[in-house]
Design a protein around this ligand. Structure first.
Ligand SMILES: [Mn+2]
Length: 468
């Protein structure tokens, strides 16, 4: 049973101890993950503490492992707050830090650790941490317990939840605890929630670019191809410019939007999955009222993409600055990075989809070989986009890319229409361990790192586990 009141009570019970440290001038460290949910949640916790006058710093890590914990412990901060991380490493934290830490997270946690007084996990309060409560939302409610005036930080919860793909309600809407945070942002007048066409860049990009940028759903022949999209829309008779300037999707009237979807429907024709792709174009759209309409921050999903691209390309600090309100230098840098990131993904997608030898179907499993052509930092998004495409929506997709030191990076996703049960987190953990690597993650999305020399054994093990 979802228990928001229980969660708030829990947070409120922690406030006196935290405020005591703050007032004593203790040095606090917030440690968070580099993905968008991590950046939003780390920023929310950092802001909330800073606003109460804390001596606090925030640090991002690509992964938390025992070695990183030892290193963090050696820096001798007085108190550590881990967000979007650490639920599987509670014993290690206890050993390294004694009681001087707090974990705020939504990843699955063992029965043994769920009652630990230093851990606040979504699952302990009746929320499905994979669908209804991201770390940013958990962090927002922590901030709200620290001071109700932190309600503005609810916007970060919305960004983190969408970026973590927790859009589990009808029309890709937010549910559960995420929705509670969303409603705060809405009531504060910061967020508009509407039902509309969900193209990427709907407020910021020319119509044809917006369609070409959209990869969820994957529009075969249009996603990634501005030219093909422009040709299609010219033929549809849609007015693409107004007074010499390109129009955006949000500026189209209802009739024009209908015309646009009809043109796309025609282009997709009888492609398998076309109907689902079209249905996936309508849904709940989240718009921040006070963000510049010509930046990716205006649309909450794009805000998340911007942050994810920062994290992946080694610019987590820039992402945090944007979360904390920088709308000048950091935003500019983040936007430049996003555009490089997008073209890198398109090139990588092209490289794997135009070479049949790189895509190996094994029944309901598809192995994608990105060695030498997919930057390891872009493997995750490339595999996500492929898994969302009509051809692989009912498959498990496992991709690999060259990594440093003779390793391979592995990234895997379960398609939305996959029939049957698979827990990729354990598949990756077990198959990687068998070949001397490490792996893990969520049921629907997981990853691993393995020695390159064991690629075949690993693939075979994954195939046995997925089909077995
Ligand atoms: Mn997360």
């Amino acid at each position: 049973m979802a228990d928001l009141e229980g969660l708030m009570q829990r947070y409120r019970s922690l406030v006196p101890g935290i405020m005591e440290s703050v007032l004593a001038g203790k040095r606090l460290l917030v440690v968070t993950h580099i993905d968008a949910d991590g950046l939003c949640s780390g920023s929310a916790v950092f802001s909330a503490l800073k606003r109460r006058g804390a001596n606090v710093t925030v640090r991002t890590v690509p992964d938390l492992d025992p070695k990183t914990i030892t290193e963090l412990a050696s820096q001798r901060h007085d108190f550590y707050i881990f967000v979007d991380l650490a639920s599987t490493l509670v014993a290690e934290l206890e050993a390294a830090l004694g009681g001087r830490y707090l974990v705020i997270d939504h990843h699955e946690i063992s029965e043994a650790d769920i009652g630990n007084q230093s851990v606040v996990n979504a699952w302990a309060f009746g929320y499905d941490g994979g669908r209804e409560a991201c770390s940013s939302t958990m962090a927002y409610f922590f901030a709200a317990a620290l001071d109700p005036a932190n309600s503005d930080l609810s916007t970060l919860a919305v960004v983190g939840a969408l970026a973590d793909r927790q859009e589990s309600g009808p029309g890709r809407s937010l549910t559960g605890l995420n929705r509670s945070a969303m409603e705060v942002a809405q009531k504060k007048g910061l967020l508009m929630v509407s039902k509309d066409l969900m193209f990427t860049g709907r407020e910021t990009r020319p119509v044809h670019e917006s369609v070409a940028l959209t990869s969820t759903p994957f529009l075969k022949g249009l996603t990634g191809s501005k030219d093909a999209t422009l040709a299609l829309l010219h033929n549809s008779g849609l007015e693409l410019k107004e007074g010499g300037a390109w129009r955006t999707i949000s500026s189209l009237g209802d009739d024009e939007k209908r015309k646009l979807t009809e043109a796309i429907a025609e282009a997709l024709g009888s492609e398998p999955g076309a109907t689902e792709a079209l249905a996936g174009l309508f849904g709940e759209v989240y718009t921040f009222r006070f963000e510049d309409p010509f930046t990716p921050l205006r649309d909450a999903r794009e805000f998340g993409t911007l942050l994810n691209s920062c994290g992946r390309m080694g610019l987590a600090g820039i992402g945090i600055s944007v979360c904390l309100g920088d709308r000048s230098a950091a935003l500019k840098e983040a936007m430049r990075n996003l555009s490089d990131y997008r073209s890198g993904i398109n090139r990588a997608l092209d490289a794997v989809t135009s070479d049949a030898s790189r895509v190996e179907p094994h029944g309901r499993l598809v192995l994608v070989n990105g060695e030498g052509v997919v930057d390891e930092r872009l493997l995750g998004p490339v595999i996500s986009i492929l898994t969302g495409s009509p051809a692989y929506k009912d498959k498990v997709v496992v991709g690999r890319a060259t990594s440093r030191g003779n390793d391979l990076k592995i990234s895997s996703r379960v398609g939305d229409l996959y029939e049957g049960a698979v827990d990729l987190g354990s598949v990756m953990r077990e198959a990687a361990a068998e070949v001397g690597g490490v792996g893990g993650g969520h049921a629907m999305a997981a990853g691993a790192k393995i020695p390159a020399s064991r690629a075949d054994a690993f693939s075979k093990s994954v195939a046995d586990r997925v089909s077995g």
